[in-house]
Each structure stands twice: as C-alpha cells, then as structure tokens.
Design a protein. Structure first.
Length: 660
C-alpha cells in the first residue's frame, strides 16, 4: 500500500508496449499527429472521408457540416442511412454472418451466444412486431429493461424502423420514469417482468404500471413485456403484450427505414444543474460514425477481439459501446447482467477468463470496490484468475485516481495492457479525450490528449485560451459529428447550457474543469464546474435531489453537496431543515431514513443521500443565498478557513459541523 501511495505524487510515464504499437490502427504518435493535422487542414474534408469510409450510405451526403443554424449543427444531413442496417446487415454481407455477435451472461451464470445472423433475425422480427403495433418512424419508444440480449434487440429494432428510443435505467423510480415518458411523448414502453441483480428479483413492469397510473402518459398505446423471470405481472387488456407474442410469426427480415443522417436515433435523459433532467438528443449518422471510429481508434478493435464493456444500456456508455459501436464494427462482445460482486467479487475476472475477453472497459468505482474486496478476500484476488487473454483496458465515467490506475494496470493488465482513460459525456456521444493504446504514452490519472478531429481547449470564463498549467473551463471549439443535437423539447436550454453567450455562442461548454500539463499538454479533468455530482460514475444533479427532498411534507429547505468518497468518487450529502424542530438522537435517525427512502422513490436508489444532517437553518448570505461552498467544507469534515463575514447566520455552521 505504501508503494502505491507513493505513486500518487509521481508522474511516471508508461509507454505502450512495442508489440501493441506495431499492430495498432493508429500506430505511434506520428500517425496520431498526421490524423490531427489532416483534420486541422481540412476539417470538413477529414470528416467526409471518415463518413464515406466507415458508414454504409443508402443515399450519399453532399455536405459534411451545415453551420447555418449554429449551434444547431447538422452533419451529413442530406445523406440517408439506417443504423441497424450498418450494425447488422452489413455484417451478413461481409462474411460475419456466423461470427458470434453477443456472448450474454445472466446473473445466475447462464450463457447465451448469438451470431450476427441470429441477432439480425431477432431484431428484424421484433422490428416487424413493433410495426404491427403501428409504431413508425419518428415515434418515441421508452425502453425500461434489464441487461439482456432483448434490451439490445429492442434498441436496434427501434433504430431499424426509425423510431427514436429513450432508454431509462432500470434503477430509476416510477416517478422518474413517468417524467421521461411524458417529456419524450412515448407511444410505447418496452420493459421486462423483472430484473435480476445479485440473485434478487426486482420489479420492472410493476414500476411501469405505477408510472403510467401517475397520469400524463396517455400517448402510450402499448407496453411490451420481455419475460425475464416469469414473475407475476399485471396485464392490462389491449395495452400490454408479451415480447414473444409481438414477435411470433413475424418474418426474419425487415426492410430498414432509410432516414436522414440527422434523424434522432435516441434521446437519453441526463442530469443538469437545474431540477429537470435533460433529454439529450443524438443523431443517426454522425453518432454512429463516432461510435465506429472510437471502437477502431481507442479500442483498436480487431476481428478476433472479444470486447467487454460492463456498462448498463441505461447509460450512454451502454448505448455507444454495447448496442451500437461493437456491432457496427462486427466485433464479438460480452454483455452481462447483474453486479460485479455476485456470486462473488471475482465475477469480472472469472468472466474474462472463461470468455477470453481481450478488451475490458469498466468504471473506476468498480475497480476501487474490487480492490477493496480482493484485499479482504484472497480468493477473489485477480492473481487467482487467468487473465492472459487481455490486451487492452479502459476506464470511463469519472476520474480514475492514480492508485486505482496502477492497480488496474498491474493486477488486471499485468503491465502489458495499455489503459485508456476515456473522458466523454452523454452529450458527446463517444470518447473525446483519451490515450490511443498504440500511440500515447500514458500518465496515471490523466486522460491525455483529444482524439483526431476533436478540438478541446481550456479557457477562462470569457473564452480566452489559458496556458498549460493553468486550470480553467473545458470546451470544444468546433462541432463534431456525434455531438448532442438539442435538448428534446427545450432548444433554448440547449443553447444556454452548452453554447453560452459568454463564450461566444459557438463553443461547446462541457461543464467540467480541467488543466493541461505544462510540458506534455495532457488534459486532467478536475471535476464538474456546475451543480452536478458524479456518484459511482452516475451523474446526479444536486438541484434534482434538493427538489425531491423539499417535495416531502416534513422538509422546509434542503441543500445537497458532494463529498469525496474513497469508493464511489463522490457521495451525496444533504443538509436539511425540517418544518418541525430540528430532530436529534433516534428521531433524527428515523427521519433521515424516511427521507432517504423518499428520495429513492422520487428519483431512484442511486440518488439516496449517503449522509443527511439536520439544522435549524442553512448558512445563507444576507441576500438569502445558500452558501454551498461552505457546506462542501463541512461535508468533508474540514475546518472552515474562508471568510464568513457575509453570512447572515454564522452560528449555524457549528450546528451543521456534526454528522448525525
Ligand atoms: O465529469 C465528467 C465525468 O463524467 C461526466 C459525464 O457523465 P455522463 O454524461 O454520465 O457520461 C459518463 C460516461 C461517459 C463528465 O462531464 N467523466 C466521464 N469520464 C471521465 C470523467 N471524468 C474524468 N475522467 C474521465 N475519464
């Protein structure tokens, strides 16, 4: 441990292994720079070449980038294609028909394998089934499903018929689901009877029923149910149908719906700095292009690879690196249901060994929790497993601390697998800043350099470039193909959130702070600059949690801040003022539990505050503004050294110091 601790300070550089470099898609820094230069010389020409070489177009595009309505940028807009055709049919045509597309492992360990031919047939049958329900191009379909082959089939089937899907993570509550169904104006919901996590059955269909019963979901004509467990469900006559019945007798081919490259492939809700989640709208052509290119560049995908991304399809990582990217490049991929710690904390390593995974992509939170588990139980230590199939590791979703990076590199990659620390966001569609495994010298904790064609920079609040070594705001200077197109139903919020006037209205604001290395120009992400937390790699808006808390009849006021957490990166700490007197002792414990459960119901278990403190008031300025900055210090358990003279009620700080 002492040895690992000492690494925190050092800037050791790890060069990609020579053998990796020799065979890599982008081999060496000169090859990387050549691509960057090509993009800089002729930005549109670069992207046109990429789009022509990588995508199968039904109708070719004539213009790469249309900036006429900036910041509502359009890419390849007069071109037509179909995403599902690109992911499936293309593989049948180019000799991959009998190649394994998906190796699915369920929570209980059962394994299902599907070839591209089989997956294509399943997707076509379900697409025909959806069409038979009257679902057509442009309709929105909400998908609330467990990790399953069927979840991927549902997404691909929507893409095939031109319906825009909106996947809602299975951990979200009925209320969150209802809000998303309403905002998207969904005509159907695809779900499962139950999901299984760590041996436990958890309801999904019952939550859909609850969401629809809350009202406002009248546009939903059908609920389609995949029977995962065969658990009991309520069936509404005429509305609810089993997936197997919708599919039965449908032909195994389905002519794809050709859509404009700009056609919305999906909407994915994510947290922002106000209470209401944002429906991030993605395109078809530009999005798929970047999913493919990053599979080739960042993951160096090769025909013989077995690729495993451990994300859930409810998050963007699952969209780009499970449902679309790997299939579009004809890879074999592993998909898993469950949790990394069941049946024991060796599950990931055991699965890598059994399925001979070659590329493994997971989140720092998972790595940190598995470090702890393997420290506690030698039987699940990675050294007990045959991980020799691995050749590349990836990290995503939150900053990876150098200790975790080193552990991952040594214990999982056995010092011969490059680690790609991929920085990106729901809005960016795919990787933005990441090492290239066969080119970039790696520094633990840094996501290093932007991908070719990606113009990230660090600026001050008025948009001026900052020199290396000086921390500032992370921006992207030019539009790129897989960028967010708009916020569904809220174009004004799109402009304000991502292209603020202060930065000139054409520069993309990522919402993260970052700094570049003095000598190497490497980017290091320093964390969100808005009121967004990152808990276990999941984005949570503090305002969203505050709104949920104040919706409880007991609560007068609430302020939520993030607190650094060894395992989850950040944890949620809520400061609450009740309408009744400040509770203490057992009372405080009971009410804290009640409020935590309440947030679980309002948003989902992932949003439950880890810590809840009660006060008679919150620290406020004389104008009534809550000083969250001070609450962050208190949450960390640190002494306040800042000037508190502007506070209306400095005495309150003492009361809020104590964790209850
Ligand atoms: O703060 C950054 C962090 O996660 C945010 C995006 O979250 P989300 O849209 O949910 O997408 C997660 C999966 C791409 C970013 O604004 N983040 C993501 N990847 C990294 C990261 N922070 C540091 N390093 C990363 N590699």
């Amino acid at each position: 441990m002492a040895e690992i601790e000492s690494l925190k300070q050092e800037n050791r550089v790890f060069n990609p292994p020579a053998e990796f470099v020799a065979n890599a898609a982008i081999s060496g820094m000169d090859a990387y720079r050549a691509l960057c230069d090509e993009a800089e010389r002729d930005y549109e020409g670069f992207w046109s070449r990429m789009a022509r070489e990588n995508l199968a177009w039904h109708k070719p595009f004539t213009q790469a980038l249309d900036e006429s309505e900036a910041p509502f940028y359009k890419w390849f807009a007069d071109g037509e294609l179909n995403v599902s055709y690109n992911c499936l049919d293309r593989n049948l045509e180019n000799g991959n028909a009998d190649k394994t597309a998906i190796i699915f492992e369920a929570d209980g360990g059962e394994v299902t394998r599907l070839t591209y031919r089989e997956l294509h047939a399943k997707v076509c049958q379900f697409a025909n089934g959806l069409k038979s329900l009257g679902i057509k191009k442009g309709d929105r379909v909400v998908i609330y499903m467990p990790m399953s082959v069927e979840g991927v089939v549902a997404m691909q089937a929507c893409a095939r018929i031109g319906a825009t899907h909106s996947v809602v993570f299975g951990g979200f509550s009925a209320k969150s689901l209802q809000e998303r169904i309403i905002d998207a104006g969904a005509v159907a919901v695809i779900t499962a009877d139950e999901q299984v996590r760590g041996g436990k059955h958890l309801p999904l269909k019952a939550i859909v029923d609850e969401a629809i019963a809350m009202g406002g979901c009248e546009a939903v004509k059908n609920v389609v149910i995949y029977q995962r467990t065969g658990g009991n469900i309520n069936r509404v006559e005429g509305r609810d149908l089993l997936m197997q019945d919708v599919t039965a007798n449908q032909p195994q081919t389905c002519e794809p719906e050709w859509v404009s490259a700009e056609h919305p492939l999906f909407i994915l809700y994510t947290s922002g700095s106000t209470g209401k989640p944002k429906g991030v709208q993605h395109s078809s052509g530009g999005y798929l292009l970047w999913a493919m290119l990053t599979m080739k560049w960042t993951f160096d995908i090769k025909p013989q690879d077995v690729f495993w991304c451990t994300a859930d399809i409810g998050w963007v990582t699952g969209h780009t690196y499970i449902t679309y990217g790997p299939l579009a490049v004809g890879a074999t991929e592993i998909i898993f249901e469950g949790v990394p710690t069941f049946p024991n904390a060796g599950r990931f390593w055991d699965m890598i060994a059994r399925h001979k995974a070659t590329i493994f992509y997971t989140a720092p939170t998972a790595i940190r929790s598995l470090i702890k588990a393997s420290d506690a139980d030698a039987n699940v230590h990675p050294s007990k497993y045959d991980l020799s199939s691995l050749r590349l590791l990836g990290s995503v979703g939150e900053p990876i601390n150098p200790e975790a990076w080193m552990w991952y590199y040594r214990n999982i990659g056995r010092e011969h697998c490059p680690v790609v620390d991929t920085f990106w966001q729901t809005e960016t569609g795919g990787h933005m800043i990441t090492p290239l495994p066969g080119a970039t010298p790696m520094v633990p904790g840094s996501c290093t350099l932007p991908l070719p064609g990606i113009t990230t920079a660090i600026v001050d609040e008025t948009g001026n470039d900052l020199p290396n070594g000086q921390g500032g705001i992370l921006v992207v200077k030019r539009p790129w193909p897989s960028m967010i197109r708009t916020i569904w139903n809220d174009p004004e919020r799109f402009k304000k959130s991502y292209f603020p006037e202060e930065l000139g209205g054409k520069t993309y604001l990522a919402g993260d702070g970052a700094v570049r290395g003095k000598d190497n120009g490497y980017f290091t992400i320093t964390g969100r600059i808005d009121d967004v937390l990152n808990v276990s790699g999941h984005r949570m808006g503090t305002m969203e949690i505050e709104s949920a808390l104040v919706a409880n009849p007991l609560v007068a006021e609430a302020a939520v801040v993030g607190k650094p957490d060894e395992t989850t990166g950040e944890s949620i700490c809520a400061f609450v003022v009740l309408k009744q007197a400040r509770p203490t002792g057992e009372d405080a414990k009971r009410i804290a539990k009640e409020l935590r459960d309440w947030v679980g119901k309002e948003i989902g278990p992932i949003a439950k505050p880890k810590e809840l403190r009660f006060g008679d008031n919150l620290p406020k300025t004389r104008s009534g503004k809550i000083m969250r900055r001070l609450l962050r210090v208190l949450a960390k358990g640190e002494e306040i050294t800042q000037d508190v003279s502007t506070l209306e009620n400095p005495a309150i700080l003492d009361q809020l110091k104590q964790a209850q």
